[in-house]
Write a protein that binds this ligand. Structure first.
Ligand SMILES: NC(=O)c1ccc[n+]([C@@H]2O[C@H](COP(=O)([O-])OP(=O)(O)OC[C@H]3O[C@@H](n4cnc5c(N)ncnc54)[C@H](O)[C@@H]3O)[C@@H](O)[C@H]2O)c1
Length: 406
């Protein structure tokens, strides 16, 4: 195995992989030799792996012929060329989201996986999260607890944060930065905000959750409209929109549905979650074990959920306060009471990315099917990248069904 891109996410993936038995690491590739590459190599040597460090992934592919798989966590604009070259060199690839910052890039990855017959998993890790799987398979499909989902909303709100810096003792020399497509250390560290390198918060954060909209609704959208802008940050260092509000329209197997998604980077109000609203109930879910980890609300018109509580699909309800907390407040008699709250009784006790990586390695060994193969990652890329287009066009854009297929 090799790790290609050993930054913040490379480290998270590495720590998760070190918990999975039966993996042997041979190489780490990262252009920041002095810092990130060194850290990952040192970690792996502590675990007694004989690993070599590389700056250039092509050199790694030339020299490390025995590699079976490469895990890629480089900036988005490197995903396509690196994935395609790794697949053509006969390696299976786990590549982080966003699959690519361009559709042509994402397309080339799907085609390379098909041509080579090698596996390509895209890092939408919620697809392997046991809580998401439980909700999709048991609660939505089998028990149909929400009834018909007509509306969805989701968000990822983040408080203002300073730009990422770097230890002054370890800058990358300018010629090396340029060789790999970066203009400066500032841009290298904050690549997400730059056009041509990343896709801004809607692509970075939104792709995780909009992927779930499609998955849970069982459909790709037909239209999108969006508003976004750089309302707060300095445009010189934040080329992409810091605030985005998007509305998708779906024609699902059960009927029409609309989904709203918001991401902003100026206030962290209520963090991140997805909220699915059906005519019989509501599901609020997130990847986090701390915030919005999975709550269901039964609407008064829905049949009782006793059977599903007995089967352990949902927890027994916590009864909601029927009165206003303010004793002296007078409630209008027509006010609807809050529905009872049920927990989704599934907790992930491993690091968030471990199940998705495990699924990849199981697939490499032939004992599982990928939970997010290239084709699925591509559908999500088509869905998400069009938001930036819609903002620019200031128009409601449509998706043709064939846009999602290769
Ligand atoms: N699935 C998730 O929850 C999740 C979370 C965070 C990031 N990510 C994804 O992981 C990827 C990396 O994000 P990050 O936050 O770690 O960024 P980062 O900037 O912290 O790390 C990127 C690393 O890649 C290295 N690099 C850059 N160009 C390279 C090249 N051509 N060859 C080899 N190495 C190169 C950099 O030196 C750096 O160490 C992105 O695609 C991001 O979208 C996914």
């Amino acid at each position: 195995m090799a790790l290609l891109g050993a930054g913040a996410q490379g480290e998270v993936l590495l720590n998760a992989m070190l918990r999975i038995p039966g993996l042997r690491f041979r190489a780490v590739c990262d252009i920041w030799k002095e810092y990130n590459q060194k850290r990952a190599v040192n970690t792996l040597r502590k675990y007694k792996f004989e690993v070599n460090g590389y700056e250039d992934y092509r050199e790694m592919l030339d020299k490390e012929k025995q590699l079976d798989a490469v895990v890629i966590a480089s900036p988005d604009f490197w995903h396509a060329p690196q994935t395609v070259d790794c697949l053509r060199a006969g390696k299976h690839v786990y590549c982080e989201k966003e699959m690519s910052n361009t559709l042509e890039g994402a397309r080339s990855m799907v085609l390379a996986a098909r041509e080579t017959g090698k596996l390509l998993q895209i890092g939408h890790q919620r697809r392997s999260h046991p809580r998401y799987q439980h909700c999709r398979e048991k609660l939505l499909e089998e028990a149909k607890l929400l009834g018909r989902i007509v509306t969805v909303n989701g968000q990822w709100n983040r408080a203002v944060a300073p730009d990422l810096g770097w230890p002054e003792r370890y800058p990358i020399p300018d010629d090396r930065l340029k060789r790999y497509g970066f203009k400066s250390m500032q841009q290298f560290r904050n690549w997400r905000w730059y056009k041509g390198l990343g896709g801004g918060p809607i692509v970075d954060l939104g792709s995780h959750q909009i992927d779930i909209f499609n998955w849970f609704l069982g459909a790709n959208p037909t239209h999108v409209m969006a508003s976004g802008g750089n309302d707060y940050h300095d445009r010189a260092t934040h080329e992409w929109y810091d605030t985005v509000m998007a509305i998708y329209e779906y024609d699902t197997p059960a009927g029409p549905a609309r989904a709203y998604y918001q991401t902003q980077t100026t206030n962290g109000s209520q963090g991140y979650f997805e909220n699915f609203m059906g005519d019989q109930g509501t599901l609020v879910i997130s990847e986090s074990e701390a915030n919005n980890p999975g709550l269901l609300y039964r609407d008064p018109n829905a049949p009782p959920w006793d059977e599903w509580i007995r089967k352990g699909y949902v927890a027994a309800p916590k009864l909601q306060e029927r009165k206003s907390g303010e004793e002296e407040a007078v409630l209008d008699v027509r006010e609807s009471v809050s529905p009872d709250q049920h927990k989704v009784p599934v907790v992930l006790r491993d690091p968030y990315h471990q199940p998705h990586l495990q699924n990849f390695f199981d697939a490499v060994r032939g004992s599982a099917k990928l939970n997010c193969p290239a084709e699925v990652g591509y559908e999500t890329a088509v869905t998400v990248l069009k938001v930036n287009e819609a903002i620019e066009a200031r128009q409601r854009l449509s998706f043709r069904p064939e846009e999602f297929r290769i």
